[in-house]
Design a protein around this ligand. Structure first.
Ligand code: G6P
Length: 371
């Protein structure tokens, strides 16, 4: 009913709107005054956690993109090698696991069959399993050694939005927790990083307040049959997620690429007027911003219509952006929490304008409980 949707046309729009609190609620209560992180159902001891020498993050769909973001945070903050894998591929490649392997699963529903099968397999191989999940008491957390619950609240729309942002936050918390337990230098910086994450809900709120620009853009691009997304570093999974949302909801061809791969294929499909979203990393680290700006120049020179997401004050992008979406200044690793939001709004609006059912896209299910 309209009341359940809180005045929004779709549950998805309501859930997009709830993201500042999904993030804040997922952070709440994890940080004790002494500065130490606390995780609710951490049935893995500190000693066991210190022995972890490899982390494998497993998930499906949008949760898999949260896993890709997690890899950057985990390796950066914990210096522990981290692999990311689709649950449906993991089991069948004879992965090397033992009791010093930590398998992390991410699932909004806690019922995705491929993910469940992957953790059963991992536990048989004596790996420890920690699940990040939004649904209390669901099967995946019940079968895991440890759980970090995301507190996004129930998600109704088939396409995940607030669930995703909450998962990304939970991944940061996990990475910081491991850094703390392992006594990494970032352990001392936890307070500062948590304070940065604590400011993110305001950044998300701003992206919501500026949502009209995405609605307008959806109208302008309404006839497009193909849309590309480019990103680097943690912007790469954001590009994949932007494309997935559009496929799921609008049923058009949409693809995300690592911007650095442009010359290895994607640039060949650029033609006059093709819309390409580019997520530009913050200035400062490893020339990521500069390299992405040259990618924008390259595609625009070949006729692409560029939709550029760049932080406040980044003037380098201005000459090459047909549309410019401003993002608040946040640390590189945290940027997905703000840059994903306009892409969600765009996909929902684009699909809505085509007359599609945004909450229940054709052929898709909220949780895939078969393999
Ligand atoms: C389905 C949903 C997606 C979700 C994926 C993984 O495909 O439509 O929105 O990301 O399953 O679901 P999970 O519950 O495991 O996160």
């Amino acid at each position: 009913s309209a009341a359940e949707k809180g005045g929004f046309e779709w549950f998805m729009l309501k859930e997009i709107d709830e993201q500042p609190s999904a993030v804040a609620d997922t952070l709440r209560g994890r940080h004790s005054p002494g500065g130490l992180l606390q995780l609710d159902e951490m049935r893995i001891s500190d000693t066991e956690l210190r022995e972890v020498d490899k982390i494998i993050v497993i998930a499906c769909g949008t949760s898999f993109y949260a896993a890709m973001v997690a890899k950057y945070a985990i390796e950066h903050w914990t210096r522990t090698p981290c692999e990311v894998e689709l649950a449906s591929e993991f089991r069948y490649r004879d992965p090397i696991l033992n009791k010093s392997t930590l398998v992390v699963t991410i699932s909004q529903s806690g019922e995705t069959m491929d993910t469940l099968m992957a953790i059963r397999y991992a536990r048989q191989q004596r790996a420890r399993v920690l699940s990040i999940c939004n649904t209390n008491g669901s099967t995946i957390p019940r079968e895991s050694d440890a759980v970090i619950y995301t507190h996004a609240g129930p998600e109704v729309a088939v396409a995940s939005t607030k669930g995703f942002l909450a998962q990304v936050v939970a991944c940061y918390l996990l990475a910081l927790y491991i850094a703390q337990v392992k006594g990494m230098k970032y352990g001392d910086e936890i307070d500062g990083i948590l304070a940065e994450i604590g400011r993110i809900p305001d950044g998300i709120q701003r992206m919501l307040d500026e949502g009209d620009q995405m609605r307008k853009l959806a109208t302008e691009l309404a006839g497009s049959r193909s849309i590309l997304f480019l990103g680097r570093h943690v912007g790469y999974p954001v590009a994949l997620e932007g494309a997935l949302k559009l496929k799921e909801l609008a049923y058009i061809h949409a693809e995300g690429f690592a911007a650095g791969e442009l010359k290895h294929g994607p640039i060949a499909v650029i033609e006059q007027g093709l819309p390409v979203f580019v997520i530009v990393p913050p200035k400062g680290r490893d020339q990521l911003q500069e390299k992405t700006v040259s990618n924008i120049q390259e595609i625009r020179a070949r006729g692409a219509r560029t939709i550029v997401l760049a932080e406040d004050g980044d003037e380098d992008v201005v000459p090459y952006a047909d549309h410019l979406i401003r993002l608040p200044k946040v640390p590189t690793l945290l940027q997905p929490l703000v840059s994903t939001v306009p892409l969600q709004i765009f996909a929902a609006e684009f699909a809505s304008q085509l007359g599609h059912d945004v909450d229940q896209p054709r052929n898709l299910a909220k949780s895939v409980t078969v393999e």
